[in-house]
Design a protein around this ligand. Structure first.
Ligand SMILES: NC(=O)c1ccc[n+]([C@@H]2O[C@H](COP(=O)([O-])OP(=O)(O)OC[C@H]3O[C@@H](n4cnc5c(N)ncnc54)[C@H](O)[C@@H]3O)[C@@H](O)[C@H]2O)c1
Length: 264
């Protein structure tokens, strides 16, 4: 594995499990020193152990990133420990399923708090450091739900769509100072949360998988590879981009196909 991030300092939120964990491990493998966050202490400690086993450095800071003081403390911890901050991966998100007409105020606001407010708090704090440094890369995790609607995900889709606006504004306001911001839009990814949801579907996961162009879910390592690329200087001209990573889902027309599928 390349060491594109040697000497860099990276912060990842919601890094205890799933996509965040895979991204934190990948950034560490590529040489970055990590500051990692999760609301749950135990998975956070576990991922720090895994990073240290790889020979990396990990500073854990547990807490709910929707509380403004947590993202601020994460950025402060990075600067205090390492004197700089190069990469911020705003990965926390929350999806609560309900049709819009049955979405409570509390659920709507919570999805925005975890999915958008938290990223704003971290971005604002990080920009103050990165603008002084004249460098930095911010990567936000949105979702395919920000690219096209599906029923029962209105709060989640709206919050993830707002993340695209935050990312684009971050990019254009700070590009001249050597700072980039991009947002990834994963399709369905094999994470504990998703696998659990699929297991509960009538007929299990298989019909759902078969409806995907690649006939499979995304893997957390595939998401981590994109995040590491966006974090690194290899993506130096990619700025303000909303990048689908979904095996072709967002490229596929949602209307029923007119012609039969070719055989696999
Ligand atoms: N899994 C998918 O298929 C998928 C697809 C598209 C986008 N995403 C997005 O990717 C990101 C990660 O999703 P995931 O499926 O890997 O995991 P997840 O959403 O199930 O949770 C990952 C981690 O986030 C932590 N967390 C939850 N709320 C938090 C908070 N307020 N503050 C700090 N940590 C918190 C959890 O403890 C957990 O360890 C989310 O933003 C999600 O919306 C996931």
């Amino acid at each position: 594995m390349s060491r594109r991030l040697e000497g860099r300092v990276a912060l990842v939120t919601a890094a205890g499990t799933g996509i965040g964990r895979a991204c934190a491990l990948r950034l560490a493998r590529e040489g970055a020193a990590l500051v990692v966050n999760d609301i749950e202490v135990e998975p956070l400690e576990r991922v720090c152990g895994e990073i240290r086993e790889l020979g990396g450095t990990a500073l854990p800071l547990a807490g709910d990133v929707s509380r403004p003081e947590i993202p601020a403390a994460l950025v402060e911890a990075a600067v205090e420990r390492h004197g700089r901050l190069d990469v911020v991966h705003n990965n926390a998100g929350l999806g609560i399923q309900a049709p819009l007409h049955e979405t409570s105020d509390e659920d709507w606001l919570r999805q925005f708090a975890v999915g958008v407010d938290a990223a704003f708090f971290a971005t604002r704090a990080a920009l103050r450091v990165m603008r002084r440094q004249r460098s930095g890369s911010i990567v936000n995790t949105a979702s395919g739900a920000a690219l096209a609607a599906e029923p029962n995900l209105g709060g989640y889709a709206s919050a993830k769509s707002a993340l695209l606006g935050l990312t684009r504004t971050t990019a254009v306001e700070n590009a001249a100072l050597g700072i980039r911001a991009n947002v990834i839009c994963p399709g369905s990814v094999e994470t504990p949360t998703l696998l659990q949801a699929l297991a509960g579907r009538p007929g299990g996961a298989e019909p759902y998988l078969q409806a995907h162009p690649q006939r499979r879910l995304g893997r957390v390592e595939e998401i981590a590879a994109l995040v590491a690329f966006l974090a690194s200087d290899e993506s130096s001209h990619i700025n303000g981009a909303a990048i689908p990573i979904d095996g072709g889902v967002s490229a596929q027309r949602a209307a029923p196909a007119m012609y039969e599928d070719p055989p696999d």
